[in-house]
Design a protein around this ligand. Sequence first.
Ligand SMILES: [Zn+2]
Length: 203
Amino acid sequence: MAERDKAWEDISWISVDPQPAGLKAVYLMEMRSESEQEAVLDLFDELAVHIQVRKLCEGRLVGFVVQAEEAQRDLLDELEDLLRRECSLIVAQRSFDEVIYRIISELAAATGSLTVEVPSCAVCGALEPFPSVIVNLADEHGGVLRSRCFCAGCAASASSRSHKDFLMSLMAADEPDLRSFADAHLLKRRVGEQSVRFRIRHR
Ligand SMILES: [Zn+2]
C-alpha cells in the first residue's frame, strides 16, 4: 500500500472551518532593550484575547500582523497610537501582502531577527496569515494528520453548491491524486454556525 493511501486510511474526520474576514494591520518595531521586547510581546499576547494576532518576526525587530473586526477599528487606531508613542515603529500598514512580508523578512535577516513562517493557500500559494478556510484531516481520535489553508479567492471559486462539493473541489485542487477522497462516504455533522465536520467511512 502506498504511503499516501495508508495515510488516507488513517483519516476519520474532516473538518471545514470558515474563518471571519476582517481589517488587517502590520506593525514592525525596533527593540531598544530586552525589557522593551518583553513588554511588546506581552502587549500582543494580551491583544490576542480580543483580535487575531500572528507574529512575523522576533529579535531586534519584532513584527506582528493582526486582524480585527470592522467594529474594532478604534482598537487598531489606539494600538497604532500606542506603538508610535512607546516604540520605535518602523512599519505600520493597514493591510498585509507578500511585499510587506518580504521586506520584513529581509529586515529581520539583516538584523539577526527570526522570521516566523506564515501559512499559505494550498491552491494558489498566496501567503495567508489568517486563512479564509481551514480544512483539517484528523484520525479516529481527532488528532490532526494534515491541515490545509485556503485564501478567500480560492475558497470562493471552489464549488459551493454543498459543503461536500465545496470540500471536494478544494481538496481536488490541492491534491489531484487524492482520488480515494471522491469514493469515501462522508457523513456530515454540523458543529457551530459555519463549521462542518465530516465523518469518513472508508470503503
Ligand atoms: Zn488561494
